[in-house]
Design a binder for this molecule. Structure first.
Ligand code: G3P
Ligand code: CA
Length: 242
């Protein structure tokens, strides 16, 4: 049965990549989370999409130039005026601690395409091992060199390349880099490629799928998962289909 992964948490209604968005995604019935990680100047793995904090917080600057202490003073929920409390940028460790209280799966996207963040893979692996989460994690990235490095260090943790464009026989490519699946940008009409990837034993988790018709098509073909901003809506569609 197709799993529902909440893109940056329940980002349709809550501030993206925050503990609030993750907790609400779990409450909404999501099977998994998708989140993005960057690295601070003091080597902390933090959960945020952009290289800069400007778009999603009330602060400014590059994460690679800021310490965790500096980052934590800003509010990642500042655009949501109805929120009673400050919503800080979470650390990956904070997410993993919370994951000890539930069964949710987590797709970690390594955002190391712009800045390399030397040592990021090692730190993420150490955290996964510390919290014994290897079986509940899928690591993805647009930086496929990083994914190969990750695979060589920890072949027991699932990896999946992010594919923004269609490539020929992606399952062969996935196999070549040690990945167990692919995370393609969703395009209508690519279902045949997804079906062939599935038939060859590879997981397929397209992003970011919000339209009802597309969600229905992917459910109908028993795609591994969809990555969506609105897990509640997807859960409802899934229930109706049963
Ligand atoms: O994981 C898929 C998707 O999150 C990749 O795009 O920009 O939302 O991180 P972006
Ligand atoms: Ca992402």
């Amino acid at each position: 049965m197709t799993q529902i992964f909440a893109h940056r948490g329940y980002s349709a209604l809550y501030p993206e990549n925050t503990m609030l968005a993750f907790k609400e995604a779990e409450k909404a019935g999501a099977d998994g989370l998708e989140l993005d990680v960057q690295m601070t100047i003091d080597g902390e793995i933090v959960v945020i999409h952009d290289e800069k904090i400007d778009r999603t917080t009330n602060g400014t600057g590059l994460i690679k130039n800021l310490s965790l202490k500096e980052l934590r003073q800003y509010n990642a929920g500042y655009k949501f005026k109805n929120l009673p409390e400050k919503t800080p940028i979470p650390t990956l460790e904070e997410v993993f601690k919370w994951m000890q209280t539930n069964q949710i799966v987590c797709n970690i996207e390594l955002k190391n395409g712009v800045y390399r963040y030397e040592g990021m893979e090692e730190k993420v692996i150490a955290l996964i091992e510390k919290y014994q989460l290897a079986k509940r994690i899928i690591v993805s990235s647009f930086n496929h060199y990083s994914l190969v490095h990750f695979y060589r260090l920890a072949p027991h943790i699932e990896t999946a390349p992010l594919l923004s464009e269609s490539i020929y026989m992606p399952w062969i490519y996935a196999k070549a880099i040690g990945a167990k699946g692919i995370h393609p940008k969703y395009y209508r009409g690519m279902e045949d490629i997804y079906a062939q990837s599935l038939a060859n034993g590879f997981a397929v988790r397209p992003y970011t799928v919000n339209k009802e018709a597309a969600i229905k098509r992917l459910f109908a073909m028993n795609c591994t998962a969809i990555i969506t901003d609105d897990p509640k809506a997807a859960v409802k569609i899934k229930q109706m289909a049963q």
